[in-house]
Design a protein around this ligand. Structure first.
Ligand code: PRP
Length: 214
């Protein structure tokens, strides 16, 4: 692997597939990645790129620690973990919102500690400390919408994309905290050593994004 090979952490799953299509359209295809089997690393030496599939919530840590030079992570993950990385580009994929949601008959009782189920404890704590509301965090790893249905929490702080999961589980949005989209991020020292290559990738991705917007 040449030292100018750029190592890219891609978020495994739906978002990652779209991100890879964007890199491919930007001039960084990788045939091996298109028939992955159980493999997790894929290189195309012709274009000097090596991809890794990682769990979406782990992209930021791979990039922060320098195991990957660049990666694509949702703004939700960046807000939750505040990794020490450069944020180079909003790639415009994975658009959704961070919301507070609850059953439609929910009324906040300020005499009680509010029980908040979430995958994003820092985001939730920051929001409620800003508005001075006393909360208890219930940290879950998925299917967050179940928590208020089963009485495990009063509300949830979670991602809403189409709103289908909320609707189908009888929940509604009470507050929208911020918009989310996927961002190209870079390791700080990796960026110093490979800035020309990384800037080129960023510019090529930007062009693909603009063509998609047209
Ligand atoms: C996310 C999120 C919501 C759902 C929102 O879950 O936590 O549950 O997507 O999408 P929608 O508004 O389009 O319905 P994910 O699919 O990542 O699964 P998880 O519950 O295992 O976290």
């Amino acid at each position: 692997m040449s030292d100018k090979t750029v190592n890219v952490a891609l978020p495994k799953g739906r978002l990652g597939d779209k991100v890879y299509e964007m890199f491919k359209a930007a001039g960084y295809p990788c045939e091996a990645l298109e028939n992955p089997g159980r493999k997790l690393t894929f290189e195309n030496p012709d274009v000097g790129i090596k991809y890794f599939w990682v769990k979406p919530s782990d992209v930021a840590i791979y990039v922060e620690k320098g195991a990957a030079d660049i990666g694509v992570a949702g703004k939700d993950i960046l807000k939750e973990y505040s990794p020490d990385v450069y944020e180079l580009l909003d790639v415009g994929l994975g658009k959704c919102r961070m919301c507070v949601a609850a059953p439609s008959d929910f009324r906040d009782d300020y005499r009680k500690t509010l029980r908040v189920a979430t995958k994003f404890p820092h985001v939730a704590k920051e929001h409620y400390s800003r508005i001075g509301r006393d909360i208890e965090i219930i940290k879950l790893n998925g299917s967050i919408e179940l928590a208020p249905i089963l009485g495990l929490s009063d509300v949830i702080v979670d991602i809403v994309e189409t709103g289908a999961t909320l609707r189908q589980n009888g929940l509604i949005v009470f507050d929208a905290l911020f918009d989310i989209s996927a961002r190209l991020i870079a390791n700080k020292s990796g960026y110093r050593f490979k800035s020309r290559r990384i800037d080129m990738i960023k510019e090529n991705l930007q062009k693909v994004k603009e063509n998609c917007d047209d």
